[in-house]
Design a protein around this ligand. Sequence first.
Ligand SMILES: [Zn+2]
Length: 377
Amino acid sequence: MGVISPDSETILNTFLTMVKIDSPSGGEEAMCAWLQSQVNNLGLSSTIDSGGNLIVEIPANQCTHGSTLVFSGHMDVVPPCHGIKPSVSGEGDERLVVSDNTTVLGADDKAALAPILEAIRLSIQHNLPRPKTRLIFTTREETFLGGAKDLTDKTLDADFAVTFDHTGRQGTIIQRAPSYVEFNIECRGKSVHAGIMPEKGVNAIVFASKVIDRMNLGRINEETTANIGFITGGKGTNVVPDLATIRGELRSHSEEMLNQQLASIQRILDDEKANMPGVDYNFNHHYEFHRYDIDPASLGVRRVMESAERVQIEPRLTKTNGGSDNNVFMRRGLKGIVMGASFMEPHSLRERVLVSEMNRCGQFVSSLLECFAREPF
Ligand SMILES: [Zn+2]
């Protein structure tokens, strides 16, 4: 039996309505209220948790097992995202939605939320088989997964999660993502007048630059990258600076390599401190999220592959070097994957999405519901 096709005009109109609702990270209330009104109209029960996340429970139908499936996406949009004016160009399947080039489009991640809503509506309206399903629409994903970090254990008590939140066509399946460590090095020297007694000063910027010069940056190996994103310091051209701050990040799919990089930075700091009397530093780091790597042979992933093939979507397992709410889910014991949500060039003024791809996303969600209804997972 084929999957009932979602209505592409409904998906498009839902999408256009959503991108016109401002929802910057931390300011998702209007978006959340609109989504809640939509699921209320379907007769579903929903709650908004203390992190502002919208949680929707959809009862199982024609399903004999008790496993719970999660569909997830985020409600926030990166700046500039106020007063988004979408426009649709082209014909039929090739229709493309773009912004007016003064803002992002917000297809990341509303191009996922619209098809999910439509697939759920179809499932209810046509009384189709589905497992117990929970929608988790998060806040502040773009600011280090803030909303997901606030989710309760009860919300995350499910058996498999499918997060639609990656660039790429339908069929892109992310099964591996890195850990992310942010670091901060405060370099301290001694301020003096640069012209009158420079020999009495200790230049914190010179120390910082020696350290950066020796650091391993860029793509370190296939698993690991490093970057310096900020350097600040100095008070005036006539002052030897007593403070310089370096901020950067490390990403790796290997915890061991991350630790090696942190140890390497530590060694450089100690070496350079020994070479420059009077200098000192504070080196801090913290994890924003942790890596995951889900076995492609696991039941949930296999079921996702079957669901794709059932609607003629070619599944492509791949890895990412970015984070998503799935990093939080996996860390907290909810297995899951991330899937392509059709948007192209996210986080840019050229962000765009094909109407046909959003429609295929809706078909994919419908197929997932029916495949996951068959057996426990
Ligand atoms: Zn996103």
